[in-house]
Each structure stands twice: as C-alpha cells, then as structure tokens.
Design a protein around this ligand. Structure first.
Ligand SMILES: Nc1ncnc2c1ncn2[C@@H]1O[C@H](COP(=O)(O)OP(=O)(O)OP(=O)(O)O)[C@@H](O)[C@H]1O
Length: 594
C-alpha cells in the first residue's frame, strides 16, 4: 500500500473498553460468525441428543424407585437405571460428533479476524506512512488466537450448560408440576440476577486484565531502559513505577475475589434454596400422597445433578471466559476499526512548502537520551538535501519528524510557516510524501498501485513517471497497467516493490518528497536514476542516504553527528569537516562507488 504522511501515532496505553467498545466487540464477533449457520444447525441437532440424560434423569430415577426398588422389583429398578446409563453413552457419542462442527465455527472466525486485523494494520501503515507495526500485529494475532480459544471453550461449556438447564427444567416441570413450583421461582430469580451481576464482575475482571497489562508494560519499559535507569540513578523511581502498577493489579484482584460472594449467593438462591424447599415441603407432600417418593427423589436429582452444577459453571468459569472474551473482542474491534479522521481538519491551505526545523529535540520515551537535540534547519522549496551520518545517529527519526509523523519533544517543524502538526491530514498527505525503506505494494492492478496517490492520473502521466524511474520494463513484465498483482510479497522482489512505490510517489501531487532509504534495494544505477527523476521533478527532495553517491548528487548535505549537525555542500563538508571526510573515507573503500 502507498506510503504517504499523516498524523503522529497515538500512544498505545491499555484502557478499559467503554460500553460502546464492548458492543463494537460483539458486532465484530457477529460478523465473524455470520457464515456459521450450517455448523450451528448441526450442533443444535446433536445438542438434542446431548440433552437426553438431563431431560429424563429425574423421570428414570422416579420410575426406578416407584416401579422398581420401592415396589420390591429390583430388576425393574436396575433396568431403568441401565436405561439412564445408555442415555449417558448416547450423550458421549453426541459430544464427540459435535467437535468437527465446533471447529467449523471457530476456524473461520479466526480467519475472519486475522484478515480484518492484517487489512486494518496495512491500511493504517499506508495511511500514516509509517513502517508496519509487526510487533503490534503479532500481539493482536495472539489476541485473535485467544478469541478463537475462548469461543471454542464457551461452545464446549456454555452451550451444554444452557442445554442442560433447559432440559432439566422441562424434565422437572413434566415430572412433578408441584415440585417445579417449589424449584423454579428462586431458580428464575437467580438466573435473572446473574446477567446484572455479570456486568459488575466483568468490569472488575477487565480491570484485572488491564492492570496485568500495565504491569508488563511498566516492567518492559524499565527493562528497555536499564542503562538510562542506572546512569541517571533512577532505580527508586523505576521501582516506584513498577510497584504502583503491581499494587493496582493486586487491588483489582482483591476486588474480583470479593465479588466471588455474589457467585455463592446466586448458587445458594437458585440451587440450594429450591433444594431445601423440596426436602421440607416435598416430604410433607409424600406423607400426604401429593407426590410419590420416587418423584421427590427424581426432582432432587434434577436439582442436585443438573441445576446446581449448571449454576456453579455459569457463575464461575463461563462468567470468567465471557469477561475475557468481551475484553479481547473490544480491543480487536478498536484495532480493526477504520481510521477516523480527526474532528478538527486543521489548516487546509499552505502558503508555500519550505520546511523549517526549529530547535528540534526528540527522544524515544520521556526518560530516554534524545536522539536529536536542538536541531535547527531550513529546507527551502526545491532544495535537494541528503541526510548522512553513522548508523543509528537519527537520520530516519529526523525524516519522520520533518514529515510530521512524529511529534517532537521540543521545538517544532513548520511547513510553509505552519507547524506541521496543525496542517490538515488531507493537505499534509497531498503535500508531503514520506517513503520508507519498506515498500508496500498491495494486491490489485498495477494501475491501482501506481495511481493510489493520484487517482486522476492519465496513461500519459503514468508512462512518463514509469519512464523517469526506469520502471517501464517492469510494468511490461507484469502485464501492463491493468495486470493484477496477486501476491506482491512473493511475486515481486524488494527492488521491484520499491520501484513501483517510487513511481506512485513520483506521480503524486506531493511537493515535498522524503526518501528514507527508499532506494536501498535498487542497484546504484537504478538508484541514481530514481534520485535524478525526483530531483528534476518540481518540489523538494530529502534523501536519507545510504550510499555516498546520494550525498554527492544532492545540492546540500546534512551531517548528523551525535548532538551536533553540519550543513553544506558535499565539497564544503569534505574540505572543512573531519567527521564527514571520515565518513566519506569509510563509505569509499578502494575501488568502491562514489
Ligand atoms: N521506535 C523506536 N523506539 C526506540 N528507539 C528507537 C526507535 N526507532 C529508532 N530508535 C533508536 O533511535 C536511534 C536513531 O534511530 P534512527 O533509525 O533514526 O537512526 P538512523 O540514523 O536512521 O539509523 P540507520 O542508518 O541504521 O537506519 C537509534 O539508537 C535507534 O535504536
């Protein structure tokens, strides 16, 4: 996908999903389950067989007692119980038969989420002109795996639980309506209270998950800055930051544990109170002949064998799984949502495209040593500047600051006299094209790829840009402008992808082009041709150079050297700057390019 510019990336601090995010999560789940009707119907069919023991267990127990053991016919009693045994075998077969259909729901869901996630991440990288956040993708892919696992687990626990509850209630109501009247009211109240309590429990469980993440983020930040922590004597500060996160985690865990009492109350109300009512009122009714002893024991079987365990599972593991699922889905929904335009559009008209860096300071992290410190620089419209310096000195960082992709810690970057962060996103992306080393070509036609930043481009413009970049042969080899590029990752070499992206940017309206090692996979001749094509195109060219030739070709060279910077022509720097002369010497081994 194209490389262009946009607003700086927001920090990714974990936050509790808002209710709207939760419903976004549910919508995401629904969209992932949309094609699952057929396996769901098959699972429902097997669930009927699975429900058989829960449905008839009370009936069979009552018959075994009334017609068998209590009527002095033990063989009949055993035969009834044997029938129950057979039904449990049937249930085992049904559960086994269901597994492939569960996979038919869970695996397409996973594929759907991964597709959404990768698509959104690519679109984000293309829209912001930033390198692909592969660490973020892999973190979110783990969350997709966790959704897949949780949905599978819920299908294996919550589904049979619902089936058992319904079957046991139906069995009890038909076995003894009187016993059902004793059991159902408190059970239904408990079932009605459960969703209300679940919201509160879920909120607390989410807080635990978020607090846990915060602990790992803080530990990661401290571990990543151990040298700075030691150098600045900030051990106590670091310990305090991690300690605060750990305390937050502990208190969130304690709050969840306290809420465990609600779970006990629901099981007590829905399971044990009916049980007590059955034992007290039922024994009186047996004495009166209102209910047989077998039916009473059958009713007790429904309560102890099915309803109490179902309530325990519902308030325990199912609630836990659901809380985790809702949290993870909300995160994924946020991560896969299409990027929203900022409310305020920013400045819409630029008075010129001159770039100014004014006392620019930037460090990765609030306590990290700045990569750039107090750097001032003016790049007039039409300039051709090469940025050079040792590896890791901050060339790419400067390039992304100039493009407005990062927010400086101090100072500012202006374009046309306006702080680059205040320029509207559309205007900025039309004015500045930032081309990173990683070239994004998306699946689609050659034309769609080349015209992404200039959809109105005519064939003549396309041909002219392709010719200027030396990409005509590549376009022909791909089958022309309307040929499909099915698999850019494997069907094109890195150099070919870079060439296509360079044509795309050459064709764009951008009047400031920043090439951040965007030609590193081209051979020196192709690279020279590409730079010449941009240098002769109207506008400003900034090249983060990885070969001496780029500096040699540029009108001016900026040498970054730790906290200092030197600016001049290649010849001026070579004559007057020892570091630059050293860099040129390092760059130009005997017989090497220059
Ligand atoms: N996202 C990041 N988080 C933390 N540190 C970073 C990040 N990106 C770069 N750095 C560090 O900032 C410093 C400057 O990096 P930068 O990529 O700007 O250097 P560079 O001069 O472009 O290097 P190279 O020539 O190797 O590409 C390096 O020490 C690098 O490790």
């Amino acid at each position: 996908m194209p490389s262009t510019t946009a607003a700086p990336a927001a920090p990714t601090t974990p936050e509790a999903p808002e209710p709207s995010e939760s419903s976004d999560g549910l919508r995401l789940l629904r969209s992932g389950l949309r094609g699952s009707r057929a396996p769901a119907t098959r699972i429902a069919g097997w669930s009927v067989l699975e429900a058989a023991p829960a449905l008839v267990s009370g009936w069979v127990t009552a018959a075994a007692l009334d017609r068998g053991f209590l009527a002095d016919r033990p063989v009949t009693g055993v035969a009834w119980l044997a029938l129950l045994g057979v039904l449990y075998l049937v249930r085992a077969v049904a559960e086994r038969a269901m597994f492939p259909h569960l996979a038919d729901i869970v695996e397409p869901l996973r594929d759907h989420l991964v597709r959404r996630l990768v698509g959104a991440t690519l679109a984000e990288a293309a829209g912001r002109g930033l390198a692909l956040d592969s660490a973020g993708v892999s973190r979110l892919t783990r969350q997709v795996e966790s959704v897949r696992g949780l949905v599978g687990t819920l299908l294996r626990t919550a589904r049979p639980l619902a089936v058992t509850l319904l079957a046991a209630i139906a069995g009890l109501a038909t076995l003894s309506p009187v016993a059902a009247l004793l059991v159902l009211p408190p059970l239904l109240v408990a079932l009605a209270v459960f969703p209300l309590s679940l919201r509160a429990v879920m909120r607390r469980r989410r807080e635990v998950i978020i607090a846990e993440e915060r602990v790992s983020v803080e530990i990661g930040a401290v571990l990543g800055a151990t040298r700075d922590v030691a150098a600045l004597g900030a051990r106590e500060h670091a310990a305090g930051v991690v300690g605060a996160a750990a305390r937050e985690y502990t208190s969130a865990g304690v709050a969840v544990a306290r809420f465990g009492v609600v779970r006990v109350l629901i099981v007590l109300l829905g399971g044990h109170v009916p049980m007590l009512a059955l034992l007290v009122a039922g024994s009186l009714m047996v004495a009166d002949g209102g209910i047989t002893a077998g039916a009473l024991v059958g009713a007790v079987t429904y309560v102890t064998g099915h309803l109490v365990p179902a309530l325990q599972t519902l308030t325990g593991s199912v609630g836990e799984y659901w809380a985790q699922l809702a949290t993870t889905l909300a995160r994924l929904a946020t991560a896969t949502a299409p990027a929203r335009e900022p409310e305020s559009a920013g400045i819409e008209v630029l008075d010129g495209t001159g770039l100014e860096a004014d006392r620019l300071t930037f460090g990765y992290g609030p306590h990290a040593e700045p990569v750039l410190r107090d750097l001032s620089l003016t790049i007039p419209p039409g300039d051709h500047l090469a940025v050079v310096g040792a590896s890791g000195i901050g060339k790419s960082t400067l390039a992304s600051l100039l493009a407005g992709l990062r927010t400086p810690g101090g100072g500012e970057v202006r374009i046309g006299g306006v702080p680059v962060g205040e320029v509207g996103r559309r205007v900025r992306s039309e004015t500045i094209a930032f081309v990173p080393q990683e070239a994004y070509v998306f699946a689609g036609t050659v034309r769609e790829n080349l015209c992404y930043l200039n959809p109105a481009a005519e064939d003549a413009d396309l041909a002219s840009s392709a010719r200027a970049l030396g990409a005509t042969e590549l376009v022909e080899r791909l089958g022309g402008y309307d040929a499909e590029i099915d698999d850019p990752a494997t069907g094109l070499s890195s150099g070919e992808r870079q060439l296509l992206v360079l044509v795309r940017v050459h064709l764009s309206p951008a009047r400031v082009v920043i090439l951040d090692e965007a030609t590193c996979h081209l051979d020196p001749v192709a690279e020279a041709r590409a730079e010449a094509a941009f240098a002769t195109r109207p506008g400003t060219l900034v090249v983060v150079a990885h070969r001496l030739a780029s500096a040699y070709r540029a009108r001016r060279v900026l040498l970054l050297d730790g906290s200092r910077a030197a600016l001049g022509t290649h010849a001026e720097l070579l004559a007057g700057n020892r570091e630059y002369a050293g860099l040129v010497g390092h760059w130009s081994p005997p017989g090497g390019e220059a």
